[in-house]
Design a protein around this ligand. Structure first.
Ligand code: UT7
Length: 334
């Protein structure tokens, strides 16, 4: 007798987020470097961002976001099979930040590891979670994106220091049997390492151990070719969004909410123009948090849900772009 393998549906059953208390406004940055609130607002769409306190680690933000998502989902931490932490700013090289989270939330039986794909980290982690659940290997996955980029910013470089903020957000994913058509429809992930030097942080890695000299040369801080990154971001985010739709038989007009990575409002506007999607169908919170790297999409998702911007049956498209270069998209029926 022929056996048919029924693939699981993958539902986001809970979301949560956490941002540090300290707010750094454009006016605060005006006092630090030669810039202006007007330049930052018009060139990026940002007004303020959050900055972690000296005592806060990436795992501390992650744990707070995770606890909120776990509470929202109603699951018990002991039932989590896998914890993924998307981060480019981990607590340390190893153990993974995910292991610290596992211990703090008491997810006794889960495997735990980090995913490094910079600002596209959440979509990458979502794709990894999707494979584990679809294959039937795991049922419940906790996915957290957490970043403290403020520790790796050159606060004298006006071209980068205005852009980034700290924050974390989490989602609980569950494999569900049955014939309903909701949940993750597909994820796409891509990378192009030829452009690694567009956005990177060398210092401390094996190619550049930390020395007094490397620190004097600020190699322990983020470097970005902003303008070149901007252009590729627009092109690749547009393509990834289109591919998500066409490969699943949808049109742009089918989308109820687009949740893009929040790196620059002008990038979002350009992608929206390319796709011909109206502003009211795009969720944007960049003015409050700046670019929180991997955390930006799940932070926006959590906020969109709390604001009632997503209802059952909605078609949600997420699209991300980051250092690597990495990019990707996720299409979800809510
Ligand atoms: O999340 C991962 C991916 N990240 C991104 O996708 C970020 C992509 N890049 C960007 O968002 C933009 O390129 C930036 C916001 C970083 C820069 O905006 P831009 O329109 O590309 O500006 P630019 O780098 O071409 O610089 C234009 C001018 C320059 O002055 P000159 O040479 O024309 O005199 C800069 O020195 O703007 C100047 N500038 C600033 N002026 C005031 C750069 N940063 C600032 C600043 N305040 N903070």
């Amino acid at each position: 007798m022929k056996r048919y393998f029924q693939m699981k549906r993958i539902k986001i059953i809970g979301t949560g987020s956490y941002v540090p208390e300290k707010v750094l406004t454009n006016f605060d940055i005006e006092k630090m470097v030669d810039t202006s609130d007007e330049w930052i607002r018009t060139r990026t769409g940002m007004r303020e961002r959050r900055i972690a306190s000296e005592k806060e680690k990436t795992s501390d933000l992650a744990v707070k976001a995770a606890k909120n998502a776990i509470e929202d989902s109603g699951i018990k931490p002991e039932t989590i099979d896998l914890i993924l932490v998307a981060t480019a700013t981990p607590d340390m090289f190893f153990p993974s930040t995910a292991c610290f989270v596992q211990s703090a939330i008491g997810a006794k039986r889960s495997a735990a590891f980090d995913i490094s794909a910079a600002c596209a980290g959440y979509i990458y982690a979502l794709s990894v979670a999707e494979q584990f659940i679809r294959s039937g290997k795991y049922e419940t996955v906790l996915l957290i994106a957490s970043e403290i980029f403020s520790r790796y910013i050159d606060w004298t470089d006006r071209s980068t220091c205005v852009l980034f903020g700290d924050g974390a957000a989490a989602t609980v994913l569950k494999g569900i049997d049955g014939k309903k058509k909701d949940g993750i429809i597909s994820t796409l992930i891509y990378s192009d390492g030829r452009y690694a030097e567009f956005l990177y942080l060398r210092g401390g890695g094996s190619s550049c151990p930390l020395t007094h000299e490397s620190i004097d040369n600020k190699l322990h801080l983020l470097k970005m070719k902003g303008n070149s990154t901007f252009k590729i971001a627009v092109k690749n985010m547009t393509e990834a969004a289109r591919e998500s739709l066409t490969s699943n038989g949808y049109k742009v007009s089918d989308i109820d909410l687009l949740i893009p990575h929040q790196a620059n409002k002008r990038i979002i506007d350009a992608v929206a123009e390319n796709l011909d999607i109206p502003q009211e169908k795009i969720f944007i919170n960049i003015e409050k948090y700046g670019n929180t790297s991997a955390a930006s999409i799940p932070l926006a998702l959590d906020e969109a849900l709390r604001e009632g911007r997503i209802k059952e049956g909605d078609l949600i498209l997420m699209v991300a772009f980051g250092g690597g270069l990495t990019w990707g998209s996720a299409l979800i029926r809510w």
